[in-house]
Design a protein around this ligand. Structure first.
Ligand code: TXA
Ligand code: MG
Length: 341
């Protein structure tokens, strides 16, 4: 199929394609999503095919306003309304008990559903025009870094989806935070755009799922099925070096081969002259600017796929604030191959 490239003036067409069962790349503030009518099982099944996604990995339903929550969820706790008030529209997905009108293929058979009202105006307009909740995973081929521009999504999805709406580069750059509200205390399943500290301000105690900070053991199942898979992985193997930035830069400089790729804080760009000669050194933002690091992390990982690097080394921020999400994405890209310095 030929993928239609749509501008922000053509969202009525995007909405019509969605309503009629087609696949549309949609911009969100976190990453681009691969959207389909969330009430149409055939359309949702097509998402899994286009991405090569394992069938046991459920999808998030995107809604244009918090008021739609009651259409698809039941037994909604007060905490969900408090979170919606504080963070919606925005980068937060809530896992709640689902109603029967949500197709099994969306939830991979779970009796819960992930709900999100995105903080991207154009995205909410598309969903509102479509008049249906939009099921959308990140718009990458399964296992690859998530796309934060329409061009990156097309690298993976050209010819596999009916259309893509170009809404510009994503402002947040890592996916939404996922909070499970069906257990006590509420449990963080995936760190993202809304920070753990922000959640704690509204919820009090928040449990952090083990899958956020370490690799799952054989047979161990995380509550968010997607967290079990190696993810965000570029083609070359990644080693994360965590700890004081001065020390991690020194460690990488001492151990990296000439043909290795390096992801570093901007302050350390000049520390790797051999690799810089080959164009293999990429800055991810300044040490203190975690928002910028979040925006650039996936593009940085993706960029190395166009090179011949044989291995990638990455400096990693501390886990305060959105650092938890950045570190989680880097660690997953590395298959949790982490060196602490
Ligand atoms: O920012 C985002 O959340 C992006 C944009 C497009 O909205 N979407 C996204 O979707 O990241 P995806 O499919 O790439 O990741 C969704 C994650 C997966 O790990 C999945 O297992 C988990 O959410 N998930 C979805 N429904 C769930 C449920 N009912 N219970 C537990 N985990 C769930
Ligand atoms: Mg994804």
């Amino acid at each position: 199929m030929k993928t239609k490239y749509l501008t922000q003036n053509e969202i009525e067409l995007a909405a019509a394609i969605l309503r009629e069962g087609g696949l549309v790349g949609i911009p969100t503030e976190t990453v681009y999503g691969l959207g389909a009518n969330g009430l149409d099982p055939k359309a949702v099944a097509d998402i899994f095919t286009a991405k090569g996604r394992p069938q046991d990995n459920p999808l998030i339903l995107h809604i244009p306003e918090a008021g739609w929550l009651e259409r698809y969820c039941r037994d909604i706790p007060e905490s969900a309304y408090a979170l919606a008030q504080a963070f919606w529209p925005g980068s937060l997905t809530m896992v709640l008990p689902r109603q029967d009108n949500v197709p099994d293929v969306v939830t991979a058979g779970l009796d819960t559903v992930g709900m999100r009202c995105p903080g991207h105006d154009l995205c909410r307009q598309i969903i509102a025009l479509a008049g249906v909740p939009v099921a959308a995973p990140s718009g990458n081929t399964s296992g690859r870094p998530s796309p934060t521009t329409a061009q990156h999504m097309l690298e993976d999805m050209e010819g596999k989806i009916h259309a893509i709406v170009d809404g510009g580069a994503c402002g947040v750059g890592v996916e939404s935070t996922i909070i499970d509200l069906t257990c006590k205390p509420p449990r963080l399943l995936r760190p993202g755009g809304v920070t753990l500290e922000q959640l704690q301000e509204v919820l009090g105690e928040v449990a952090v799922d083990a899958a956020v900070t370490r690799q799952m053991k054989a047979g161990e199942k995380p509550r968010a099925p997607g967290m079990a898979y190696r993810h965000y992985a570029p083609k070359a193997p990644v080693t994360v070096v965590a700890g004081d930035p001065e020390k991690s830069a020194a460690y990488i400089a001492a151990h990296a081969q000439r043909q290795d790729g390096i992801i570093c804080f901007d302050e350390y760009l000049s520390r790797f002259p051999a690799q810089a000669d080959a164009g293999y050194v990429t800055g991810v933002g300044c040490v203190q600017d975690k928002q910028e690091q979040a925006r650039r992390i996936f593009d940085t990982l993706r960029a190395f796929d166009h090179t011949n690097v044989t291995a990638i080394w990455a400096q990693c921020p501390d886990t305060a604030g959105i650092g938890l999400a950045i570190a989680n994405r880097l660690n997953k890209a590395a298959g949790f191959h982490i060196i602490e310095v």
